[in-house]
Design a protein around this ligand. Structure first.
Ligand code: DP6
Length: 336
């Protein structure tokens, strides 16, 4: 941490009363999200403060449901998808450490039950929706009445991309500039796009060898290409937001795909190299490029893993479902 850096506890403490009053139970849902303009790299790692602003689309009703209640046994219990988690395991430790920023020294043992309804076949990360749902549930459980900006900032401290999962629809996370990060928060864009579809193509479910957090750190520390990334991401964000506002599908898709490929170029040029692609990922990319050559408006984006997310409009859905038999289709605005 640099000299002016602040810890999560210091920042969160300022907004939480020292004596908490807890409800019987609370429950919250937060959607998963996919970035069209990626967050890649931190200017400050303790608070997950990014080097660039990013823009995502939330996945409607797909995400995490978190329920909090009192543990009458006197010992915290963490459940994930109906399974009690090992208290020493990494999931429980992450959840409890985060809850402790709110609960501090107070003896309020809790049962924290998280259920993800993201299809397991989809190959999507759940940390964004998980931390966002946890912050929303804590806010309700302790009746904190945090503002949307504070909720987004606290979710970001759990995982950067969770700052965007506080909202549905299109969401922009502004990088901010304050040392305490309270201006590094997301907000919803007032835009709908009912025709927009996202196709999830899972090519592997193996645990990724290097998670996003370490991948980002390695890239910023060792890739010479990274120095160009913040400026490109800044320009891409403007292009993508304008394309969304004017419903320019090709402009939006092309810029999102270019942004993802540019992020992967910084990963590939890290040392040791970070290549998240598998041969099957490349085969899907090549098929997408062929389909585009033949006049079909389809683009892809990819995160720190081998799976692809296709972007297309409803008019191409049937054709693309026939092309990619293993694809799960999400219509982010269908239920709104
Ligand atoms: C490639 O939000 O998982 O998906 O802040 O370290 O928890 P931490 O990282 P995380 O990184 C997401 C990276 C990405 C791009 C994105 O979602 O914007």
């Amino acid at each position: 941490m640099t000299e002016q850096s602040q810890t999560k506890a210091q920042v969160i403490n300022r907004y939480i009363p020292s004596i908490l009053s807890a409800k019987e139970s609370a429950q919250a849902f937060a959607p998963s999200n996919i970035a069209l303009c990626k967050y890649w790299g931190k200017r400050e790692t303790e608070l997950n403060l990014p080097t660039n602003s990013s823009l995502s689309i939330s996945l409607g009703h797909l995400g995490s449901n978190t329920h909090i209640s009192h543990a009458h046994s006197g010992i915290d219990m963490v459940r994930l998808n109906n399974k009690v988690q090992d208290p020493q395991g990494s999931f429980s430790r992450k959840v409890i450490a985060f809850v402790n920023y709110f609960r501090r020294e107070q003896n309020i043992p809790l049962i924290i039950d998280t259920r993800n309804n993201i299809p397991t076949a989809a190959g999507l990360a759940s940390s964004a929706s998980g931390f966002a749902a946890l912050v929303l549930a804590l806010d309700d459980f302790f009746n904190l009445q945090l503002t949307p900006q504070q909720l987004s900032a606290f979710a970001r401290m759990g995982s950067g991309s969770a700052s965007r999962s506080i909202y549905t629809g299109f969401v922009r996370w502004d990088m901010g500039e304050q040392a305490d990060g309270m201006d590094s928060v997301a907000s919803q864009l007032p835009c709908q796009w009912p025709e927009l579809c996202i196709g999830l193509i899972k090519v592997s479910s193996a645990k990724k060898p290097v998670d996003s957090r370490s991948g980002m750190d390695r890239t910023t520390a060792t890739s010479q290409l990274y120095s160009n990334w913040p400026a490109q991401a800044g320009a891409d964000l403007i292009t993508i937001q304008r394309a969304i506002e004017s419903r320019g599908f090709n402009a939006m898709g092309a810029c999102a795909e270019h942004n993802a490929m540019s992020m992967h170029a910084t990963m590939i040029s890290a040392w040791p190299p970070l290549v998240y692609w598998l041969p099957e990922s490349l085969a899907v990319m090549q098929r997408v490029w062929q389909l585009r050559e033949s006049g079909i408006a389809v683009y892809f984006t990819m995160d720190a893993g081998p799976n692809l997310k296709l972007l297309f409009e409803r008019s191409s859905q049937k054709l693309l479902e026939a092309e990619f038999a293993q694809m799960d289709v999400i219509q982010p605005f269908a239920d709104e």
